[in-house]
Design a protein around this ligand. Structure first.
Ligand code: GDP
Length: 298
């Protein structure tokens, strides 16, 4: 799955890396470092990350003739250091249902990611209840209903325009009543004003806590990997509005700029928990930084 997610990125990188090392070895000088900098920039890993990697390669090899393997080893080490996280799966509640709130702008891949998470939980033998909290978009509720039918999971929905907090409350209530293991609560992805977003997400949290004080156990922010820096600035709006616990990075398969994972990790500061690598429910992978770094430059 990982490989599929990075296929586009790798096809671009491979050619560039080959161009960088046409001969067996290369002298590491300013010319090389500039070419290398340009190559890394193309992956969208962000200015700071690129400069740190360039500085490390310069420190290790400047003035020497080295091989591609030497340089790639330094890239990988530095990238792992920059990621500064381990795999970060869902942390489940000790007792009662684990409540997962899912936020993100419309179109980011929120509904699909909820379906993917549901499938993962169902495959693990967990009982899932969905809360169709994006009540401003009839299409979102419809889409989630289709997924719930396909995946055979329970869904709580209310008429359009009902406050998302009401849906969240009822979904958690249903999860408790039916002894479900996981309750995934969708939220509206409107970003009209920061104040509204904050008020809405806070209200959802409060209504969930009336039933389970320690909930939500996870607040996942879905970001679209294909939007690069734009996605990162959107992330800021959400992390200011609510305490997010991690990121689901959707559509990693749709971009040739897979380095964006590094930029997100660096700039948003949340762990990247899962990556989306396609449109089907099974197209979700736990994000493993070491595997990611290996796959990128394999
Ligand atoms: P929402 O508006 O945030 O709920 O977004 P959706 O879940 O409806 O997704 C928007 C579009 O992106 C749909 O066409 C999805 O099939 C597509 N999509 C979502 N996640 C992925 C992914 O990981 N990879 C690919 N290739 N497409 C995705």
């Amino acid at each position: 799955k990982f490989k599929r997610g990075l296929a586009k990125t790798k096809s671009v990188l491979k050619t560039d890396v080959r161009d960088l090392f046409k001969s067996e070895g290369r002298l590491i000088d300013d010319g090389f470092l500039d070419e290398m900098r340009a190559l890394l920039f193309k992956t969208d890993m962000g200015y700071d990350s690129v400069e740190e990697i360039v500085a490390e390669v310069a420190k290790n090899f400047r003035g020497r003739v080295v091989t591609l393997e030497d340089v790639v080893a330094t890239w990988k080490d530095k990238l792992s250091e920059l990621m500064a996280q381990d795999a970060s799966p869902i942390s489940f509640a000790q007792n009662g249902p684990t409540v997962i709130m899912v936020a993100g702008v419309n179109g980011a891949g929120k509904t699909t990611s909820i379906a993917k998470l549901s499938k993962m939980f169902v495959d693990e033998g967990r009982k899932v209840v969905l809360g169709a909290g994006d009540t401003f978009r009839a299409a979102a509720v419809e889409q989630l209903t289709i997924w719930s039918d396909r995946l055979g999971v329970d869904i709580v929905k209310e008429p359009q325009g009902t406050h998302p907090a009401t849906v969240a409350y009822k979904a958690v209530e249903r999860a408790v009543e039916t002894s479900a293991d996981v309750c995934i609560v969708d939220t509206a992805g409107r970003l009209q004003t920061q104040k509204n977003l904050m008020a809405e997400l806070t209200k959802i949290q409060q209504s969930i806590r009336k039933l389970i004080p320690a909930a939500p156990h996870e607040v996942l922010l879905v970001l679209d990997a294909t939007t690069g820096q734009n996605g990162i600035s959107q992330a800021g709006k959400f992390t200011e509005a609510v305490d997010c616990t991690g990121i689901v990075l959707a559509k990693l398969d749709g971009t040739a700029k897979g380095g964006v994972v590094v930029a997100i990790r660096q700039q948003v500061g949340l762990p990247v928990k899962y990556i989306g690598v396609g449109e089907q429910p099974e197209d979700l992978a736990l994000f493993k930084p070491a595997e990611f770094v290996d796959a990128l430059f394999a």
